[in-house]
Design a protein around this ligand. Structure first.
Ligand code: ATP
Ligand code: MG
Length: 285
């Protein structure tokens, strides 16, 4: 048998805090440290991770050419096992695309739209939430060291599958009172999952993002988060940087910038340091 891959999911019940950005940058950071990294986009059919790596056009071409089966939603189907044994290695290969930044990606697909409802039709709760885990165990662990999943910013059957499969959450937070409530709610949610299903989902990393350290308030929140989440706080916060946004719009992470500005360099160093910490926290092989 293969060892388990190191796995984590970016998750917070709130939009726009940096889940996709963090999945992309931590993934590339881990790849730079020699890990074989797979990113999986479960965050919705808009394909944000594929856009972040400039490969969304290719994915859409495939969809338009009707060459989009199997796709990420297929692996949740009851028939996936049969499909995979019929197609052989091609089944998993056709799900995965390479990015130009050393990480591989299973992109989002329009089929994700109905996935939450489809999963809801499975009576047995354990089965409803563990389809993704089965897929990773059997088909992905032989191929990759690290799997990072970008989840929707809400709690549904899809995000439960991501939490169940990874047992580790990366929660990017902005610095504000609302965020600290959100983080508390997240911790409560994770405890609830633990009670209900007897699975241990860890808060692997609280990642302060978009931090403007020139403002006193941001610095104060940063300190509060550090105290409140002593075990989970990321070693480095990520500064607010227009370059992160610009790079994403251009289909790149800041790691790919040829002449990074000083904030982009700080962001890159922070993601690198956090990737190292994550590697240790996730343990695995
Ligand atoms: N440190 C940063 N500095 C500046 N802009 C950032 C930073 N981190 C993320 N952004 C930008 O903020 C926006 C939201 O980030 P991102 O898409 O990663 O959040 P998200 O949590 O995935 O959002 P959603 O809930 O919509 O999926 C994006 O435009 C992104 O480029
Ligand atoms: Mg996102």
């Amino acid at each position: 048998m293969y060892n388990n891959s190191k796995r984590a999911a970016t998750f917070l019940d709130k939009g726009g805090t940096g889940k996709t950005t963090s999945a992309a940058h931590l993934g590339v950071g881990l790849a730079e440290q020699g890990e074989d990294v797979l990113l999986i986009d479960l965050a919705g059919k808009q394909g944000d991770l594929a856009k972040h790596f400039g490969v969304w056009g290719d994915v859409q071409d495939q969809i338009e050419a009707d060459d989009d089966w199997p796709n990420i939603s297929t692996v949740f189907a009851e028939e996936w096992g049969q499909i995979a044994s019929k197609l052989g290695d091609a089944a998993v290969e056709s799900l995965i695309i390479e990015t130009g930044e050393g990480v591989d990606l299973i992109p989002a697909h329009p089929g994700l739209d109905s996935l939450d409802a489809d999963l809801g039709n499975i009576d047995d709760a354990r089965e409803r939430y563990s389809r993704l885990e089965e897929f990773l165990d059997e088909f992905i662990d032989p191929l990759y060291d690290v799997v990072i999943i970008d989840l929707p910013g809400l709690t549904n059957n899809v995000s439960y599958n991501g939490l169940w499969a990874t047992k580790n959450v990366i929660a990017p937070v902005e610095m504000g009172p609302f965020e600290s409530e959100q983080a508390t709610a997240l911790r409560r949610d994770l405890d609830k999952i633990e009670d209900q299903f007897d699975v241990d989902v860890e808060l692997a990393m609280i990642l302060p993002n978009k931090v403007d350290s020139r403002t006193k308030l941001a610095t104060e929140y940063l300190e509060d988060f550090g105290e409140e989440y002593e075990d989970a706080i990321a070693p480095a916060h990520v500064p607010v940087s227009q370059d992160i946004r610009n790079a994403a719009d251009a289909g790149q992470t800041v790691f790919a910038l040829e002449e990074p500005s000083s904030t982009a360099t700080r962001a890159r160093d922070a993601f690198m340091e956090n990737a190292s910490a994550l590697q240790k926290r996730l343990g695995g092989n």
